[in-house]
Design a protein around this ligand. Structure first.
Ligand code: BDP
Length: 680
């Protein structure tokens, strides 16, 4: 073996003091960094791998060499090998790797550079366990080929939505002062965090494409290229949200009709220029005919026509269009059963199954409404077998506490991904998501990346679920805890882990308890969506109603008497949801309008459930706040303080929710609390 002539890449620039290392603190690299490693192979991502190991060795005294070929006689503890032949039972693709430990040496082999990078981060996650007892050869590969983050970032600060639409973590990581950030080190560091949890694509601008942002596609593509350059070393492809009206607003054409030849030629040419600037560009993201965005309906064309137009422009370069299925009429009132917003995506898209190109991915929100704390799984997933679907979730906590409340969403996402549209024996959502998993990012230029330091767990776990949709969500939270807090290096590892589990594991259910009950959704302040306003959207045209009156509450979405939405599911679920007797409690008010005295499976009446859960939710926040306070000696002070402050706000918010919801339903129903508690 000869040492490569290549000079070792410089160690990674250490983060500025005020930027949190999140799940990659140097301590997480201790096991790796104190060993002897050989990195074998050539390429830009192999350089990244080598740079990572060199940095870790700098911190912990190990050593690393580059080699062109592996050699058995060279003493080393870890061999990271980019090799043609993988000894794996099935092809592992560009992103897979194998890991084996024999005779005191751990070997990671990957056929593609990305695979080597993921193998490296796997070793980091294993820590000392990577260097302990022998391990039989394991093969790893992502279940979903595309694991993307959508950033709802505006380049220019939007007068209403600010720089990051639904952003709760400061400014944008990509854009500042109306242009791409000059300093791309932060972007590169972000890419590193994302690679370590398995994300491989990032859409860098808002799906609502405003006038300034439209130009990123054409005259400002150079700025996108800069960002792509900073993400590329970590195997991340860049995507761009584009406006369907681009031929009109940028190209000066008289139409954006997807079947018009001049329009098709315009997109082909514009796309060619994008690839000239960014050869590994991932593709486009499109929100069309939704909440004011332009789309093919204006020309009497279908959404398959629209998506295929862009798919055809991208096809010569291997790009993909992510076409969002979030299409509904936000200006209609509840006129008749057909205008139930929950029905819209299915009604628009299911008839188009089979008409989308192979490189068009239909990106479907996980629920039929809009990222509520509890929704059924969208019936679109499972109803379009001849279309590549991506499932979209929301890491940014628009409706789940806006990163002021702790709400670890992995357990909810996991439920979605494990759900089986055809019933118990059918295929799971995770398996049906051939177009991948997409999350609206919750990161910004906040020193902790996500505003609330514990919201980092959502970013981490969403990437890991994209890699393995059937992973145990609590196991993934444990992984995040382990990497981020390196408990083994603290005075009381067990207390720290137990405390963090206590504040994270049930936080989603706690949040659900003190907000909108039993799947009914919304009840938030209009516009910004933070805090309670039970009737905030009740009489507006957005289609998000609860129909509470003096007798009962909930939305009748049955086939028999309601909007018929329940009938959009395959038979087993359509039947389960159709009747209040079989509908799961937590979704009861999504599917049914019931009297307050209706008895749930839990044995409680609906009204008593509302009262009880709201008291419980607040009590659970009080408890979690106490647990967090008890970890003060084990958590870095600045982080501890930031979380402690957020708990004060969460508790205030939870009490406010409790009081609004309980008093609203007490006044509507006149039914007193069975336990005689004070309801304001
Ligand atoms: C809703 C948000 C809105 C987004 C929209 C979307 O309130 O800001 O633009 O979703 O997904 O949740 O396009």
């Amino acid at each position: 073996m000869r040492r490569s002539a290549r000079t070792a890449p410089a160690a990674l620039t250490p983060l500025a003091d005020h930027v949190d290392p999140a799940w990659l603190p140097s301590e997480a690299f201790r096991a790796l960094g104190s060993r002897r490693t050989v990195v074998c192979g050539t390429g830009a991502l192999v350089d990244t791998v080598h740079g990572e190991v060199a940095w870790a060795c700098g911190a912990f005294g190990g050593s690393v060499v580059r080699a062109e070929e592996p050699a058995d006689d060279r003493p080393c503890d870890l061999l990271l090998h980019l090799g043609e032949r993988l000894d794996a039972p099935e092809p592992l693709g560009d992103e897979g790797f194998t890991l084996v430990r024999r005779r005191g040496r751990t070997t990671v082999t990957a056929a593609g550079q990305r695979g080597l990078l993921y193998g490296l981060f796997h070793v980091v996650r294993l820590g000392e366990a990577a260097f302990g007892a022998s391990r039989a050869r394991e093969a790893h590969r992502p279940a979903l080929a595309s694991r993307m983050l959508d950033h709802w970032d505006n380049v220019a600060v939007h007068p209403v939505m600010g720089q990051v639409e639904r952003g709760y973590a400061g400014g944008s990581l990509f854009w500042r002062d109306g242009r791409a950030r000059g300093d791309l080190e932060r972007v590169r560091t972000y890419g590193r965090l994302l690679a370590a949890c398995g994300i491989n694509a990032v859409a860098v601008n808002n799906v609502n494409v405003h006038a300034t942002e439209a130009h990123l596609l054409t005259d400002r593509i150079g700025e996108v290229a800069e960002i792509a350059g900073a993400l590329r070393p970590y195997g991340i492809r860049t995507q761009l949200s584009v406006t369907f009206a681009a031929p009109l607003v940028l190209g000066g054409l008289a139409t954006a009709d997807p079947l018009d030849e001049a329009v098709r030629a315009w997109w082909a040419e514009a796309t060619g220029r994008v690839y000239a600037a960014i050869p590994d560009f991932g593709g486009y993201v499109v929100k069309a005919d939704s909440e004011g965005q332009p789309g093919p309906f204006a020309y009497g064309r279908s959404h398959a026509d629209g998506a295929n137009l862009l798919a055809d422009a991208l096809a010569p370069y291997g790009g993909t269009v992510h076409w969002r299925a979030f299409v509904y009429d936000h200006r209609q009132d509840w006129r008749d059963r057909s205008t139930d917003r929950a029905r819209a995506a299915y009604d628009h898209f299911v008839p188009l199954d089979g008409r989308f190109r192979d490189n068009a991915v239909l990106q479907v929100k996980h629920g039929p409404m809009d990222f509520q704390v509890r929704e059924p799984v969208s019936p679109v997933i499972g109803a379009m077998p001849r279309t590549r679907l991506a499932v979209e979730v929301q890491a940014t906590q628009e409706y789940t506490g806006q990163q002021r409340h702790v709400c670890a969403l992995a357990p909810m996402w996991s439920q979605v991904l494990r759900w089986r549209p055809e019933g118990a024996t059918g295929t799971s959502v995770g398996e049906l998501a051939r177009g991948g998993l997409v999350a609206v990012s919750n990161a910004g230029d906040d020193p902790y990346w996500t505003g609330h330091p514990l919201a980092q767990a959502n970013l981490y776990t969403v990437g890991r679920l994209g890699w393995q949709p059937d992973a145990d969500p609590f196991g993934l939270l444990d992984e995040w805890i382990d990497l981020t807090f390196t408990p083994a290096r603290t005075e009381a590892p067990e207390r720290l882990v137990a405390g963090l589990r206590a504040v994270l594991y049930r936080s989603w259910r706690t949040y659900e308890k003190y907000t909108a009950p039993l799947g009914v959704g919304f009840m938030v302040q209009p516009g910004h969506h933070y805090g309670p306003s039970v009737d905030g959207y009740e009489y507006s045209p957005w289609g998000t109603y609860h129909f509470a009156d003096r007798d009962g509450v909930g939305v009748d979405r049955t086939r028999a008497t309601g909007t018929g939405y329940a009938g959009q599911y395959a038979k087993p679920w359509a039947e389960v949801y159709e009747s209040p007797d079989t509908c799961p409690d937590e979704l009861l008010l999504f599917f049914h309008h019931v009297p307050y005295g209706h008895v749930l499976h839990s044995g409680r009446t609906v009204i008593q459930h509302i009262y009880d859960t709201h008291f419980e939710g607040v009590a659970e926040v009080e408890e979690a706040r106490q647990v967090w306070a008890s970890l003060v000696d084990l958590v870095e002070p600045a982080r501890h303080t930031r979380v402690a402050e957020r708990y004060e706000e969460q508790l205030r918010g939870a009490r406010e929710w409790r009081d609004h919801i309980n008093s609203y339903f007490f006044r509507k129903s006149g039914v007193p609390d069975a336990h005689g508690r004070r309801i304001h």
